[in-house]
Design a protein around this ligand. Sequence first.
Ligand code: COD
Ligand code: ZN
Length: 354
Amino acid sequence: MEEVELSPPHPHEIRIKVFSSSLCRSDISAWESQASSLAIFPRIFGHEASGIVESIGEGVTEFREGDHVLTVFTGECRTCRQCTSGKSNVCQVLGLERRGVMHSDQKTRFSIKGKPVFHYCAVSSFSEYTVVHSGCAVKVSPNAPLEKICLLSCGVAAGLGAAWNVAAVSEGSTVVIFGLGTVGLSVAQGARLKGASRIIGVDTNPDKCEKAKAFGVTEFINPSDSSEPIQQVIKRITDGGADYSFECIGDTGMITTALQSCCDGWGLTVTLGVPKVKPEMSAHYGLLLTGRTLKGTIFGGWKPKSDLPSLVDMYMNKEIEVDKFITHDLPFEDINTAFSLMREGKCLRCVIHM
Ligand code: COD
Ligand code: ZN
């Protein structure tokens, strides 16, 4: 825990009093990348968060002090080619920020004794206050519980969107999900709500078997329990492969396995994971030649400003599940417990209360 200084919001930025921030696997993946040349330290992690607007910068018209917001790690400017294409959620101006600085001036708003402290994904919510671009926050209903809906700012929304927007899972179909963390189980929830008849979950953690059923997983396979390659098992039990497969582990090697696990002709693999180690991927071209499709997605294809408020409404109307993903609630000073729980595979989401 460090005392940091945070500047007032610059033009088109807002300063937020963070209310809750859940720990997502990608916070850990980025933290563990310490050894690589991409290491950007010191930095403040956290990107799955809710909060209350404390002050607004010049030119901000969309927010007022006191507004309830969700932060988003991939923003929406609403004017660039991508935002206006009607085909994409990858904003050219406020898309995923990887260098630890603000989009507008490539500088940080945090510092310790004049030395910069870097941001993470332009959010940095493991802090009592943060400054974000006004395009990286979404106003939500003040009636929604901030300590729950923070999960919609990344993991739960990413999984639901992958099933609904990216794959458009159809009724009666067979789905295979690799990795049953919050992201993978949100894909399961999304597939179940679209009427998938078989949802096969694959995870090396045996504890996930029971947990997964609550989110719609109908069959659980632990690859460590079988001597047969997992793609072969799936092909065998699905008469030639699933209709859809999802990579939610963050391992590029699993993309090939996911492709091999879906069927010839129309099999579709969606990859959501942010790789922990090797970013390159390879697969035999024959997998595509026989009609499979591989699709990548960030944030499940949702345009945060346009789409997140309606996901919050769906939660409020009890149409989607969020609370069940919260396995732990922790005060800010116990944040390291959240990191340990996730690294040991003992949690889905730990919500950290500021
Ligand atoms: N085989 C099977 N299961 C495995 C294996 C393996 N070889 N290795 C790990 N697993 C399981 C773990 O036991 C765990 O249950 C699951 O995979 C991963 O779950 P979590 O809880 O660690 O992680 P999530 O669900 O929070 O996130 C995982 C992603 C890999 C999808 C992660 O990259 C992510 O959060 N992506 C979010 C999407 C996004 O766009 N992010 C950008 C910024 S966040
Ligand atoms: Zn995330």
